[in-house]
Design a protein around this ligand. Structure first.
Ligand SMILES: [Zn+2]
Ligand SMILES: [Zn+2]
Length: 193
């Protein structure tokens, strides 16, 4: 394939952009089967150059990429920050819906992003997993230790909610945000912290 085009992969991914010698080269928009979207520059099938990665849950990472990895300064728009802001403004329903989307994607997708440094790992890379929630993944155990205390949404805060969310969702397709008490507990635990 050469030139501009749209290609659907066996995985369900769709790429709309520039191809050269059957590889993605140049600008393109890649929509993953999971609902995640990367819109930006490529070289030889890998993210290289400027680009914006939007997770299905609304988390956005924008900046420079090199061989599929984030490189240098990346702007991160966090759905958790947005949810907390909505909660603070008294938009409780909106806050709950955002938090549910955040947790859904974390729990249901086999994501390949380190929850400490936020780096993207290759699909075949072996990642460390939190042994308690079995949801959070890391580049290595050093990053999992750092994540436990670092930041407002450190894993010490997030772990019980991810665990609860995984168990609540097991065997269920969809859980109504209005029916789940832990969504309120989440915001209350942050207010205290
Ligand atoms: Zn990491
Ligand atoms: Zn955990």
């Amino acid at each position: 394939m050469n030139g501009k085009g749209k290609y659907t992969y066996a995985s369900g991914d769709i790429h709309d952009g520039e191809f050269k010698d059957d590889k993605i080269n140049g600008k393109g928009k890649h929509t993953y089967a999971s609902g995640d979207v990367y819109d930006g520059e490529y070289k030889d099938d890998k993210k290289n150059g400027k680009g914006k990665f939007t997770f299905a849950n609304g988390d956005v990472y924008e900046g420079e990429w090199k061989d599929d990895k984030m490189n240098g300064k990346i702007k991160h728009t966090s759905l958790l920050d947005m949810a907390q802001e909505q909660h603070f403004l008294g938009e409780i329903d909106s806050a709950r819906v955002m938090l549910k989307r955040y947790l859904d994607v974390k729990v249901k997708q086999g994501h390949s992003q380190c929850q400490s440094c936020h780096q993207f790992c290759a699909q075949d890379e072996i990642m460390a997993e939190c042994s308690v929630c079995k949801v959070a993944r890391y580049c290595n155990t050093a990053h999992s230790i750092e994540a436990w205390h670092n930041g407002r949404f450190c894993h010490k805060v997030m772990c019980p909610f991810l665990l609860h969310w995984r168990k609540t969702n097991e065997g269920k397709d969809n859980v109504e945000p209005s029916s789940i008490a832990i969504l309120n507990d989440f915001f209350e635990s942050l207010d205290v912290a």
